[in-house]
Design a protein around this ligand. Structure first.
Ligand code: SF4
Length: 388
């Protein structure tokens, strides 16, 4: 993996992107360092976990992600149709790669994540564990229910850390996280231009780093990145490249986007939980904090677990249009029933506005690149020839 993607007409290397890449690569070592500084480390597994509450307790929220090359330990404990993302996360836990964590925070997002929590907490005892029940609809009643869940979470964390989570500390955490959302929003806004400042690969590096480091430090780096982009002036020359959006299952391999970009595409938009779905939608700073958090997390850019599904289709179609994409690549991890089952509806919605879609089934680990490349290139040729 390189940081200097020389796309014809522009050298888009950036020193801040290198810092993001390094942070993500060295996340184990950095987590141990932050722990030595006296902060409890809380692992979270899904973007429906409101990190702000952990942050307000003085602890550091860190996303549990995969990274193992093989999964023999997890294979021995999980049923064969568990998705390879949670299988890989579990492997990392069983292999003691998350030993510095003080606890695990999960949600009932999908059956795979739900079982992951059970198996993890059975095999990897941790001082703190909690699973939150997230409603699948957005109504005033479900927001009230989720606010109560967050209140339970707040009290458990207070008890565990010995730190009071006050209204002021919650407001301050919300302010820090909203700042991240504003800065990432600015970045995505720039990606709408004819010459976007970053590739999709670089954008994924940027967002992954934010999930494993303190947000106040991350915000400083994001400001630096935006400044670097300003100073640089010119963006990436599209030079015949197709503008693309990537949607679907959990994706933490920048190599996947790099393959698309080396095949003649430029990823300008996404609907990924390590992308737009992570930061889209602000928390109202004026509302009572737990209520505001419940409202934002339930009504953010929806993942396919939320109902009605039409709302997700609308978000994706709107984004495809706003970012003027030529096509969408919809990637689905094998056995990820949520993303697989919603594909027909999303394909229909995109086709109604003239946006072609390619569905790629994959495993969590980045492999079968030759086959993927052939299918991506054929998709690009179809889009290009339909224009002639
Ligand atoms: S990739 Fe799909 S199946 Fe796996 S945890 Fe995510 S939503 Fe669930």
């Amino acid at each position: 993996m390189t940081t200097t993607n020389t796309i014809k007409g522009a050298d888009v290397s950036m020193t801040t992107i290198k810092k993001f890449e390094d942070t993500f690569t060295q996340r184990d070592m950095l987590a141990r360092k932050w722990k030595q500084e006296g902060r409890a480390l809380m692992g979270w597994v899904c973007t429906y976990v409101p990190e702000e509450i952990i942050y307000a307790a003085g602890a550091l929220p860190i996303r549990v992600l995969g990274g193992a090359q093989e999964t023999p330990l997890a294979d021995a404990t999980l049923y064969s149709n568990a998705c390879s993302f949670i299988r890989n996360c579990l492997e990392m836990g069983l292999d003691k790669r998350y030993d510095s964590l003080d606890g695990l925070v999960s949600v009932n997002t999908c059956d795979h994540i739900r079982r992951f929590f059970d198996v993890w907490t059975y095999h990897i005892p941790m001082p703190f564990k909690i699973i939150l029940s997230v409603p699948t609809k957005v109504t005033e009643n479900t927001i009230r229910f989720f606010t109560q869940e967050l209140s339970r979470f707040r009290h458990s964390l207070e008890e565990f850390t010995g730190n009071r989570i006050t209204i002021d500390s919650l407001r301050s955490a919300i302010g820090t996280y909203n700042r991240t959302r504003i800065l990432l929003g600015k970045l995505y806004e720039k990606k709408k231009s004819l010459n976007p400042p970053l590739t999709g690969t670089q954008t994924l590096h940027t967002i992954l780093a934010g999930m494993v480091m303190p947000k106040d430090q991350y915000n400083v780096l994001l400001e630096e990145l935006l400044q670097e982009i300003e100073t640089k002036g010119s963006g990436i020359s599209q030079d015949g490249k197709l503008r693309l959006m990537v949607c679907g299952s959990e994706l933490e391999h920048p190599e996947f986007l790099e393959l698309i970009e080396q095949s003649g595409g430029l990823v300008v938009a996404d609907d990924l939980c390590n992308g737009a779905r992570y930061f889209w939608g602000m928390v109202d700073p004026e509302e009572e904090p737990l209520n505001a958090l419940a409202r934002r997390y339930l009504s953010r850019f929806p993942c396919p677990r939320m109902h009605p599904l039409e709302s997700r289709v609308q978000y994706i179609v709107q984004m495809a249009q706003d970012f003027a994409v030529d096509g969408v690549i919809y990637e689905v991890i094998k056995f990820c029933d949520l993303h697989a089952n919603t594909y027909p509806l999303i394909k229909k919605g995109l086709q109604e506005v003239g946006v072609p879609v390619l569905k790629l089934e994959r495993e969590y680990l980045f492999s079968a690149t030759g086959q993927l490349k052939t299918r991506i290139q054929a998709f690009f040729e179809n889009i290009s020839s339909a224009r002639i």
